[in-house]
Ligand binder design. Structure first.
Ligand SMILES: [Zn+2]
Length: 52
């Protein structure tokens, strides 16, 4: 799984969970975002603006 903002691979925990987040875009599609990009953005809205 790759981050949709920085396109780096997103690490997974040993349980197979992503170290990041899924954000729903305006079309209702789930986009994967890594932990680093997630922590740089204050809210969902600013995260979505960075996804191309
Ligand atoms: Zn990222």
């Amino acid at each position: 799984m790759k981050c949709e903002i920085c396109s780096k691979g997103i690490a997974e925990t040993f349980l197979g969970k992503l170290k990041g987040a899924y954000v729903k875009d305006v079309k209702g599609k789930l986009r994967a975002v890594c932990f680093e990009c997630q922590s740089k953005s204050r809210d969902k809205q600013s995260l979505l603006q960075q996804i191309k």
